[in-house]
Design a binder for this molecule. Sequence first.
Ligand code: GLC
Length: 428
Amino acid sequence: MKTPKFLLPVATAGVLALTLSACGGGGGGGTTAGGGDAEQGLDGRGPITYVQGKDNSNVVRPVIEKWNAAHPNETVTFKEQTDQADQQHDDLVQNFQAKNANYDVVSVDVVWTAEFAAKGWLQPLKDKMALDTSAMLKPTVEAASYKGTLYAVPKDSDGGILYYRKDLVPTAPKTWDEMMGMCSIATENNIGCFAGQYAKYEGLTVNTAEAINSTGGSVLDKDGKPNLNTPEAKAGLENLVKAYADGNIPKEGITFQEEQGRQAFQDGKLLFHRNWPYVYNLAVTEGSSKVKDVLGMAALPGTDGPGASTLGGHSAAVSVYSKNKATALDFLKFITTEETQKFYATQGSLAPVLSALYDDQELVAKLPYLPVLKTSIENAVPRPVTPFYPAVTKAIQENAYAAIKGEKTVDAALSDMQKSIESASAGQ
Ligand code: GLC
């Protein structure tokens, strides 16, 4: 039985480089660092396009306007994708496959770095293209690297947060059981109790991994092997399955991505909601928000205390097919300055990648949850790091979805997840 050794947590990235060297870098057949397309356009300057998913937080346009005012010959055009992670991924893949020179700088979800780098689509950020990442949170830099090379610059981080209604729940629950015990309050108020993201897409992988990690389980063991047939993993997935079956997660939760859940919570239809930090700004500023003055934020609940968030976030990468890489590099530097990062945090409540900002008194005064968020990110668990991530996430999503809907037992779902992740590595 071959071990799917490419499935290694970020923390063991050194080992990853070694074990992967035997398998051709993921079968991409793309450009390796230092050759082909990666050699072209390094001194190129001129207009570029920046590609990112829907700018829910309204931070991208102001930053681009500022850049454009200062760089009239190197303007940036914003290509905005949908707000759905899987669609963003597929759009990038199609454009990379077509060698689209107009996708100069792209936003890369932390889970896509390995796949895109192995395919040779991302410009290695070294030599002429080098960037200083020493002031950034370590997990964000690791998530932007592959086989020891930086392929993107961390742009915004993400850690899961439990949003709750302070008016109805005076003290946030620390454990899952405590939270479920409080669902009677939701019933009394005729609202739903809890929801995260359970539609069949990347967000469900995030939520499933969080459920499993929060009961002491893990998707992968220390050696990077799938580890799903364990009592701890079972307890985690079972929490979601039971909550959905008994209505503590409302039925419509199975259709929720980030935005639908945020909307339901802001409309006052949920007592507890798992989402990312971007929700804070919208929930306190949007005119229609019913939770402006009653918004509580806490760590995700676990078994005996706080649970474990899944590490999220995005980095910005330069396409190897870009013709204006010198401009692209300057733009990468621009979006990671302290000033831009502060703007992202104050305007969009995005999680900064610069470590010092979490202790910046002025910022903490405006965003009091920053210290909690920093701890959440530093302790967050990365999703499997592999060029074959699409197959891995599919195995997690499809089986978790079937289990939550009651179409598969938890045992069968976990054992199928295990098998599918193992076979995603077959032949490597
Ligand atoms: C957020 C996270 C990202 C995750 C996605 C799932 O955008 O930053 O890492 O994959 O949500 O929907």
